[in-house]
Design a protein around this ligand. Structure first.
Ligand SMILES: [Zn+2]
Length: 308
């Protein structure tokens, strides 16, 4: 599952502002946001509320920890990292009080995670504490139990400026917490790209729709996919597996082989449906794996250019 949890995604989308109205956490059904960054709680709560409302059903309780980090130091993990987390190293700006507050919230949340032993709870708490105290950057969702999910998002000075990218990251990680089957005992050869691309599809759709520009969604998506195919190659694997997989999911939808609403309402990730449907023996899956990157710009608009 480690492969699926921690992904650093390059992003080339241009900033646009998102609508914000007053909100509080009590309006959320399944998500608890603990934000110790200087960004407004409303910003995160409104996005979480929108995301929850899109889902066909909510199976897990999720804690989202949003915390500030300072200047970028290196792309490597913080020195002597023995946690399960992976990410860049930044200057530490959290205060002792803030770290302790986060630890307390995490500890309270983990108390309710009945799938974990006391030892596992302690390990997760200690890992988070270490990661925060050592300037680790995060954009991750950890499916710690089927019904208890952890999301961590760090806010560095660049991310603080680029709200659109931050929204994309937020929607992406939150969507992982809505993917019911991450803890189910079902595995297939296309898991990584389908899980990652599902989250990215929802994120891209959300920033277009929630940001008030749904008409830009497909064109922006195809442009984004083509850029990643050119920069990172045409194999559906990392780096950029989420962005490349977007093209494959979009092609599947465009061909009429997958109902888009099943991605957007999360039901494609219920009861291992996607593993059953996305087997390599499925000729549609073979087709999209071969053709997802065949995109071109015609008269200013991006479109698939598929073999006849
Ligand atoms: Zn992801």
């Amino acid at each position: 599952m480690n492969l699926l949890k921690k992904l650093v995604i390059a992003c080339v989308i241009i900033f646009s502002s998102l609508s914000v109205s007053s909100a509080n956490s009590a309006q959320l059904k399944s998500i608890e946001i603990f934000n110790v960054s200087s960004l407004q709680n409303d910003y995160f709560i409104n996005m979480a509320k929108y995301a929850e409302e899109q889902m066909a059903s909510l199976a897990a309780n999720t804690i989202v920890i949003v915390y500030p980090i300072g200047r970028f130091l290196t792309g490597e993990n913080p020195k002597n990292n023995s946690t399960s987390f992976r990410g860049a190293s930044h200057e530490v700006v959290l205060t002792e009080t803030q770290v302790n507050k986060i630890n307390l919230r995490v500890s309270n949340f983990l108390q309710k995670a009945s799938c974990l032993s006391a030892k596992d709870k302690k390990r997760i708490s200690m890992d988070i504490d270490w990661w925060l105290r050592n300037g680790g950057a995060s954009q991750l969702q950890d499916p710690i139990c089927k019904k208890n999910r952890l999301v961590m998002i760090s806010i560095d000075p660049d991310r603080k400026r680029d709200k659109r990218d931050l929204s994309r990251v937020f929607f992406h990680e939150l969507y992982h917490s809505f993917q019911h089957d991450l803890n189910d005992n079902c595995r297939g050869p296309n898991d990584l790209w389908v899980i990652e691309a599902g989250a990215e599809y929802f994120a891209q759709h959300s920033i277009a729709a929630y940001g008030g520009k749904p008409e830009n969604f497909i064109n922006d998506l195809l442009k984004f996919v083509l850029w990643h195919a050119r920069m990172l190659g045409t194999k559906l694997k990392d780096p950029g597996v989420a962005e490349k997989g977007l093209g494959a999911l979009r092609l599947m939808i465009q061909k009429g082989w997958l109902d888009e609403s099943r991605i957007l309402n999360g039901s494609f990730f219920h009861k291992c449906a996607r593993v059953e449907e996305f087997k390599n023996s499925n000729p549609h899956v073979q087709y999209i794996k071969k053709n997802w990157h065949k995109i071109e710009k015609v008269n200013g608009a991006y479109t698939f250019n598929l073999p006849k």
